[in-house]
Write a protein that binds this ligand. Structure first.
Ligand code: GDP
Length: 444
């Protein structure tokens, strides 16, 4: 998986912080050093890393992170926010021309994935916009490129304009555009030649095609597997062409992922799509915030934390966190948490924010019976003060008494106590920076 090492190392750096209540300057510096190394190892460009760490250091100081029990969460939030900002804040949609056709020119080194990406884009446009694209095969340099595009086009039911490999690509583009006009195609996607490295002849050809086609989009296809080179290549193309965006391919591979982090910063161009496989369906819109969460291995836990912060009293929350950490979280806290969670919105929505849960098909039609909360409350109110504070006292005869007192079956009492134990364990782990317990608790 892409980012595996980076995610692991960043999680470790942040875990060192979450293990403690208060963080001091020294802890913070140590974590920043770890984060810096993790990014450099993932092939993020040196200047980007430097800028990034400086930003985090400044923000951490600015928000008085070193005070209060919540310091670790705040650092994680700052890192998450800065990662998102680094990748561009928001998804940037494809440019669309006022009049047809919208012209998209694809550029990139040989093997970066231009031809494959054109097919993916054509599929996406056809499916989502009901578009009628025309593909122009202007890569006369790589022998099989034209055949490849023709086969892909045939599979997708999308026409391909080609004139073989003996015609100058500038002429092919001119003729292709004429054809698109005549057929009233609403999109034109131009596949251009690549080289193993940027060279002057290639750039001259691409600049001419850009001049002729006046494209609404000049998308650079960059292979994420090429690490540091990916960023350099992107910069090389950005210097010569009026790039409007980048498609980062092969993010499904075992890439270290640095390109995703540096490209926007180095070229000033947004990543618009990511390729995550070889099939026409394997193209995704690039969302910087989701990518940041993915890199941090956190699902959408940040939204959850923010929601919790909005809904709960800060001091109470700090107390509860400390209790989770020390494993003294009891049934009184459990009930208080139930109330807080109920205030945060429908349970079904919350569960999906837990890492690993969002795409879980088993949860697609999940409905949680809110009456269960009332039953749980009834069981807890039947407990003595001592039992609430020390759940380990709850032996079978006490459990029978609770069942009778709450008017619920004994199996339900047992189930709730079991869930409570699991929750306590998981919270203890999570407050120490390990979120993996949550998934196993949800039966993953
Ligand atoms: P071009 O020379 O730039 O046109 O590159 P191609 O489109 O021919 O792609 C080169 C190779 O990379 C092909 O074998 C593609 O199947 C593969 N490829 C392209 N995009 C992706 C991707 O997102 N993931 C994976 N795993 N392979 C890809």
């Amino acid at each position: 998986m892409a980012f595996e090492n980076l995610t692991e190392r960043l999680s470790k750096a942040l875990k060192n912080l979450t293990g403690r209540g208060k963080i001091n300057e020294e802890d913070l510096q140590a974590s920043l050093r770890e984060i810096r190394l993790a990014l450099l190892e993932a092939d993020v460009s040196y200047s980007t890393v430097k800028k990034f760490i400086d930003q985090i250091r400044q923000k951490a100081k600015g928000t008085e992170i070193l005070d209060g029990l919540n310091g670790a969460q705040q650092v994680i939030k700052v890192v998450n926010d800065e990662l998102t900002a680094l990748m561009g804040e928001e998804a940037v949609p494809l440019n669309k021309s006022e009049k047809i056709p919208t012209t998209i020119m694809m550029a990139g080194l040989q093997g970066a994935g231009k031809t494959t990406t054109i097919a993916k884009l054509a599929y996406k446009l056809k499916k989502e916009d009901n578009a009628r694209p025309l593909l122009i095969a202007a890569d006369v340099y790589r022998p099989a490129a034209i055949d490849q595009l023709e086969i892909l086009g045939k599979d997708l039911g999308v026409p391909v304009f080609s004139q073989g490999t003996d015609v100058d690509p500038r002429e092919i583009v001119k003729a292709g555009l004429q054809e698109a006009k005549a057929n009233k195609n609403d999109y034109v996607l131009i596949d251009t030649a690549g080289r193993l490295q940027i060279d002057a002849e290639l750039m001259a050809e691409l600049k001419d095609i850009e001049q002729i086609a006046q494209p609404d989009e000049v998308l650079l296809t960059v292979d994420a597997m090429t690490g540091q080179n990916a960023t350099e290549t992107a910069q090389g193309f950005a210097n010569e062409l009026s790039l409007t965006g980048v498609v980062l391919t092969k993010l499904d591979g075992d890439t270290r992922g640095g390109a995703a982090l540096s490209i926007r910063d180095v070229t000033g161009k947004p990543i618009k799509f990511v390729g995550q496989g070889e099939k026409p369906t394997d193209l995704d819109v690039f969302y910087p915030d989701r990518m940041a969460s993915r890199i941090l291995g956190m699902g959408d836990i940040m939204t959850l934390i923010e929601k919790a912060q909005r809904e709960t009293d800060e001091k109470k929350q700090a107390e509860q966190l400390e209790k989770m950490r020390l494993n003294t979280f009891d049934f009184n806290d459990f009930i208080e948490q139930l109330h807080q969670v109920q205030n945060m919105g429908p349970m079904e929505d919350l569960i999906k924010m837990i890492p690993g849960m969002a795409g879980n098909p088993a949860l697609a039609n999940l409905k949680i019976d809110e009456k269960q909360f009332t039953h749980m409350e009834a069981i807890v109110s039947s407990m003595t003060k001592a039992e609430r504070e020390d759940p380990d006292l709850l032996n079978p005869s006490r459990r029978r008494r609770l069942a009778a007192g709450a008017g619920r079956p004994i199996v339900e009492v047992n189930k709730m106590i079991k869930q409570f134990d699991q929750m306590r364990k998981m919270m203890n782990q999570a407050s120490n920076g390990n979120f993996s317990g949550m998934e196993s608790m949800m039966g993953q």
